[in-house]
Design a protein around this ligand. Structure first.
Ligand SMILES: [Zn+2]
Length: 180
């Protein structure tokens, strides 16, 4: 969704500056999230310790991505967490006619996510943006030509903003008609 699995993980919390919405409330939610991600293995088991490290990695990635969006120095504590999480056995990747197949357990998946996050955060040309829908707070990687993407995702935010703008226009037109 965000263009990178690390940013996708950070995006499992929305509305961070208001009332945060966290889709990863329990280890089973993390298992489901990994299964839904195209670039990650289809099945992993999450125990509570690995779940906790996933959440701490997630918050550290978000912090560093926000530091990039705001053009400020990286938070040292978050750097330590992400760099630490990137050191470890990585998942296996295989090329086939169906494309890339990735396999490994959850700890390996977290190493993969941390490494992917580091690659994005270290890239001076990577265009990181915060979603244009007020209150969403998700950060995504804008790979579009001319970097003109505005939303973290069309379903979640773009269409919502467009529908709200349409309703507001209709309301304004109706009010204008009554006044006439
Ligand atoms: Zn959004």
């Amino acid at each position: 969704m965000s263009g990178d699995p690390a940013l996708d993980l950070a995006g499992t919390v929305g509305s961070r500056r208001g009332e945060p919405i966290d889709v990863l409330a329990a280890p089973a939610d993390l298992e489901r999230w990994v299964a839904q991600c195209d670039a990650l293995p289809e099945r992993v088991i999450a125990d509570s310790a690995t779940f906790e490290s996933a959440l701490s990695l997630r918050e550290a990635i978000y912090q560093l991505a926000l530091d990039r969006v705001l053009h400020r120095a990286f938070d040292p504590g978050s750097l330590e967490i992400v760099n630490g999480a990137a050191a470890g056995p990585v998942p296996t990747i295989e090329l086939g006619d169906a494309g890339l197949r990735i396999s490994g357990d959850l700890p390996a998946v977290l190493v993969h996510i941390a490494r992917s996050g580091i690659a994005v955060l270290a890239d001076p040309h990577a265009c990181l943006k915060e979603c244009g829908r007020g209150g969403c707070t998700r950060i995504y990687l804008d790979r579009s030509r001319g970097a003109r993407r505005t939303w973290c995702g069309m379903d979640e935010c773009g269409n919502r903003v467009k529908a709200a703008a349409y309703r507001a226009r209709k309301r304004a037109a109706a009010t204008a008609a009554v006044r006439r």
